[in-house]
Design a protein around this ligand. Sequence first.
Ligand code: DX5
Ligand code: ZN
Length: 222
Amino acid sequence: MLDEKACASSRILVAPSILSANFGRLQEEVNAIQNAGADWLHIDVMDGHFVPNFSFGWVVLQNLQTTLPLDIHLMVQNVPFFVEHFVPFAPLYISFHIETENHPRRVIAQLRKAGISPAIALCPQTSLESLEYLIEEIDMVLLMSVEPGFGGQKLLPIVLRKAERLKKILEMRNPSCKIQMDGGIHNENIESIKNAGVDVVVAGSYVFHANDYRKAISSLQV
Ligand code: DX5
Ligand code: ZN
C-alpha cells in the first residue's frame, strides 16, 4: 500500500533575493515581486569579511513596505550583533553561517527569544556533520548551491546530493525543518532541486533579470 504521507508533496516556495533588484527603485521592485506571487522576500546581508562582497545592512529595510515574510540571510561575522539589529523587522527566518559562528546555540536562543525561526546556512563544501548536534534545534537549513557572496553564479550539482542526504536525516530527526537552496536556481534545474527534497528556493538573477516576474516566479513554484 502506498504511504499517503510520503506521496504528498507541497509546492516549492520561492524567495526572490533583492540582491539582484534595481536599488534605484527598490520599493517598486519589491511591490512588483509581491504582486507577481513571491512567497518570501530574501535579504542577503554581506559584510565584506565573511564574504568578499558588501551588500547592505538593516537600514535598507527601514522604509521598505512589504507584506511578504522576510527571510534574512546573514553572510557576516559577529552574527549576534547583526541579529540584534534585524530583530525589530520581525523576520520569519534569520539564517546564519555555521562557518562563522563559534556558539550557534547562543544565536539560536537569541532568535527564539525574539520569536524568529532560526536557520543555519552551509557553504557548498561544509559537511552536514556540522549540524549533527544542532539539527533538532533549528527550523530551516539553507544549503548554498554556489559560493556565497555574489548573485548570478552557476549551481553546483553536487549540492543536490547533499540535499537528498539532508532530507533523509531530517525525516528521522526533525521532519518539520525546511530545506532551502540558494544560488544558481532557474526553471531548468528546479525539477531536480524539488526531487532532491528542497522546500524553499532563493532566486536572485533569474527573477529580477526576467521581463515577466510572475512568469519567472511561477516557473519555480513546482
Ligand atoms: C549569494 C546569495 C544568493 C544570491 C542568489 O551569496 O546568498 O541569495 O543572491 O542569486 P542567484 O539566484 O543569482 O544565484
Ligand atoms: Zn542568500
